[in-house]
Design a binder for this molecule. Structure first.
Ligand code: AP5
Length: 217
């Protein structure tokens, strides 16, 4: 399906979870700027070490770094299917640049899907998230626990808390979202891009059903 869309919402809203399921369901591609940055941190690249200090403090990585990632990705030869933007754009300059890039490539934006979840639930989800250092699988000690504590069901790798899921950093990430990212909804409204609000505070498969119905409309 060739519909580019933005999966939008605060930290822990389920963008990564739902983005992966949608990509699988519709044969779309998912670009998670957070995943690209974490991979760069793991590989110890220059970009990774620059990004790491912002991420661990709960701050946004500078726009130039992010725009470089997105430009390289969209100009890549393999991007024939629709792209799900997960965690991007997060600032006004990023949103403007994305518009420009999509316009140049003649890729119409299907819209922005906002996953709504209240703060108390976001904090619970993030404090309960555990990720596998070996295969990247994601669990949640409250909602989707692994069979054995801190051991990945798929590859038996160790499960850890993301450094930016520590309580103080989560609080800062939520502030940054409210200050710098949430206002983009107004920007897209002003630009007449369709905005769709979806209740993200439901079981994973219920959220997925709502998203599929919306995209298939
Ligand atoms: P990024 O990786 O994008 O993190 P985020 O936006 O803060 O989002 P999360 O990954 O924390 O949450 P999510 O909404 O994907 O939820 P998930 O599905 O994982 O960014 C990290 C950092 O990188 C930023 O802080 C910034 O420093 C930098 N960065 C990235 N992009 C940037 C950009 N464009 N500009 C500047 N800086 C950038 O779910 C969370 C947990 O909840 C999981 O355990 C999951 O299993 C569980 N869960 C999910 N859905 C449900 C459900 N329905 N019910 C119960 N549990 C659920």
């Amino acid at each position: 399906m060739k519909k580019d869309l933005i999966l939008f919402g605060p930290p822990g809203a389920g963008k990564g979870t739902q983005g992966a399921l949608l990509a699988d369901h519709f044969g779309m591609l998912r670009l998670s700027t957070g995943d690209v940055l974490r991979d760069a941190v793991r590989r110890g690249t220059t970009m990774g070490s620059e990004a790491q200090r912002y991420m661990n403090a709960g701050e946004l990585v500078p726009d130039e770094v992010i725009l470089g990632i997105v430009r390289d990705y969209l100009n890549g030869e393999a991007v024939n299917a629709g792209v799900i933007c997960d965690g991007f754009p997060r600032t006004l300059p990023q949103a403007r640049k994305l518009n420009h890039l999509l316009g140049e490539l003649n890729r119409p934006l299907f819209g922005v899907i906002v996953l709504r979840v209240d703060d108390e639930m976001l904090i619970k989800r993030l404090s309960g998230r555990r990720s596998c250092g070996a295969c990247g699988a994601v669990y949640n000690v409250y909602f989707e626990p692994p069979r054995a504590e801190n051991v990945c069901d798929s590859c038996s790798g160790p499960l850890t808390l993301r450094p930016d899921d520590e309580a103080a950093t989560v609080r800062r990430r939520l502030e940054v979202y409210n200050e710098q990212t949430a206002p983009l909804v107004e920007y897209y409204e002003g630009a007449s891009v369709p905005i769709h609000h979806v209740n993200g505070d439901q079981a994973v498969d219920a959220v997925q059903r709502d998203l599929i119905t919306l995209i298939e409309k």
